[in-house]
Write a protein that binds this ligand. Structure first.
Ligand code: GLN
Length: 256
């Protein structure tokens, strides 16, 4: 985007994909951009809207298998949007959004569908559902630990030049086989995807800033944003209130 232009964030199909308020990621991005003096506008692109192909950033949220299948058919009908999502725009997918951005996905009924092919990954039903809190050590320099909530049956295997978003510290993550241990999410070119809900960018402002850096070409630090309550302390108190073994492990991480 040019230095004086307004950042336009397109939330794709919030009426279908957004089981855990994933559209909230757009609110976080827009506000963090405004805090840096960048004008920002959020467009909700519903199933009945003609989708714009000139957004700076596209967001795809999570959803059930049926909603996901419909979303892929809808995206097939809009080739200009599909091309824009491959770049120059930045595209960020969550859960079903991650699966849609891949090459193929198979649902629990065994039906295989092509995805958008923007990420080299395939998704197959796992042996069990991955549900619960997850902690990921993000591979993007400076982003640090990510926390979120995962709920998916699809297990994803990465291939080619698509890299994981990070390594799983606690939780399941992609679920597919990966050399060197469990990984989470996917990154290739200007496309970033994760299984983390939350909304994930509300819980992980450093990841939101990283997406803004990709769009603007600028560098941001947390200090550019106004003081917010200590997020690490808030997460710690949340995790401390949940007595499961996994939660206690997550809480211990944030005590360091
Ligand atoms: N339908 C997908 C699955 O269960 C995605 C779920 C989600 O987006 N939360 O794997």
């Amino acid at each position: 985007m040019s230095p004086d232009s307004e950042l336009v964030i397109g939330v794709l199909l919030p009426d279908l994909l957004g089981t855990y308020s994933d559209a909230g990621n757009a609110v976080v991005l827009a506000q963090r951009a405004r805090w840096r003096g960048i004008g920002a506008r959020v467009l909700h692109v519903t199933t009945t809207t003609a989708p714009p192909a000139d957004c700076d950033l596209y967001l795809l949220g999570g959803g059930e298998d049926e909603a996901q299948a419909f979303a892929v058919e809808w995206l097939d009908r809009h080739p200009a949007l599909r091309r824009a999502m491959a770049g120059p725009a930045v595209t960020f997918g969550v859960c079903a959004g991650l699966q849609i951005l891949g090459t193929t996905m198979t649902d629990t009924g065994g039906r295989r569908r092509d995805g958008l092919g923007l990420l080299d990954l395939t998704t197959e039903p796992g042996t069990r559902r991955a549900v619960g809190e997850i902690v990921v050590r993000c591979g993007i320099p400076g982003v640090g630990l990510l926390t979120g909530f995962e709920n998916h049956r699809g297990f994803t295997t990465l291939a080619g030049t698509t890299a994981p978003l990070g390594g799983v510290v606690s939780g399941i993550g992609n679920g597919g086989a990966h050399e060197g241990g469990a990984v989470e999410g996917a990154v290739a070119g200007q496309v970033v995807a994760t299984y983390l809900h939350g909304p994930v960018l509300a819980r992980n402002p450093a990841l939101a800033d990283h997406l803004l850096e990709r769009v603007t070409g600028r560098t941001f630090t947390a200090a550019d944003a106004p003081d917010v309550p200590d997020l690490a302390a808030m997460r710690r108190s949340y995790l401390d209130g949940r007595p499961s073994r996994r939660s206690r492990r997550g809480a211990a991480l944030f005590r360091r």
